[in-house]
Design a protein around this ligand. Structure first.
Ligand code: ZN
Length: 252
């Protein structure tokens, strides 16, 4: 029997170092072997350099999110952006070092790790950063999925899509009771957001994935308290929009 391997799968950190450190501590306490990051290390919150450094220290696989892309491509025009989002991207571009920018710029869009795939958005066109909100979006991605399980982020809402061996795709909306051993079929799983949850719960969200050989795979969503006041103080000090502080308290 191969020894079980446990991964902490984290996504959408969004420059929230308080949330990231709380998640890393929780994952270490649980005894994970490795970390995997699904992108959007920066954007929205005010500790981009700290988060890039922490993720690099973990030495884990990372794929590129849309905010990582915008913040590391100064030529991307922000006219079509919501003003709040645009102002944070401009602030982040000014705040990170050129080495940080280069690191973000060079991240791949997808990666495969020991039999599972990771992407920030969807596998059908990862460079367009589509949102997988429903069964149809998930279906488009499943058509390009070559491993049993693919993890993604981007919407900041944890959820599970499953394609049965008969080819039907459905969403499993209740995340809690669905924790545990994965049944047969393929899975496209959103691990939620570390730094800006949007499912109404302000706690940082991530997922633990355990593999005991290819046939026995299990997941566990975890929610972690962190010092929201400290993250908010940083945002205020940086002069970033107020809306970015209030949403951390409500998880929206
Ligand atoms: Zn995001």
């Amino acid at each position: 029997m191969p020894k079980p391997k446990r991964y902490a799968i984290i996504s959408d950190i969004h420059a929230n170092i308080e949330a990231l450190d709380a998640v890393i501590a929780d994952a270490r306490a649980v005894g994970v072997d490795d970390f995997v990051c699904l992108g959007d290390v920066v954007g929205y919150n005010a500790a981009p350099r700290e988060c890039i450094q922490r993720i690099r220290e973990l030495g884990c696989k990372v794929v590129k999110g849309n905010h990582d892309h915008y913040c590391s491509h100064p030529s991307v025009n922000l006219d079509d952006f919501q003003p709040n989002a645009a102002s944070v991207i401009e602030w982040t571009r000014r705040t990170i070092t050129s080495e940080d920018t280069q690191w973000l710029h060079n991240l791949p869009l997808t990666a495969t790790i020991m039999g599972f795939t990771i992407v920030h958005s969807t596998l059908d066109s990862p460079e367009h950063y589509r949102y997988a909100f429903d069964r149809r979006d998930a279906e488009d991605s499943f058509n390009f999925q070559r491993t049993r399980v693919c993890f993604h982020g981007h919407t900041h809402v944890p959820c599970i899509f499953r394609r049965t061996t008969a080819g039907a795709t459905h969403g499993i909306s209740k995340v809690g009771p669905a924790d545990g051993l994965l049944e047969q079929g393929n899975y496209f799983i959103n691990v939620g957001s570390v730094g800006q949850p949007r499912d109404g719960l302000p706690k940082a969200c991530y997922l633990i994935f355990t593999t005991e050989g290819l046939a026995k795979l299990s997941i566990e969503f975890r929610r972690v308290d962190y010092d929201i006041d400290a993250a908010v103080a940083r945002i205020k000090q940086a002069g970033l929009p107020d809306r970015l502080t209030t949403r951390l308290y409500t998880g929206q």
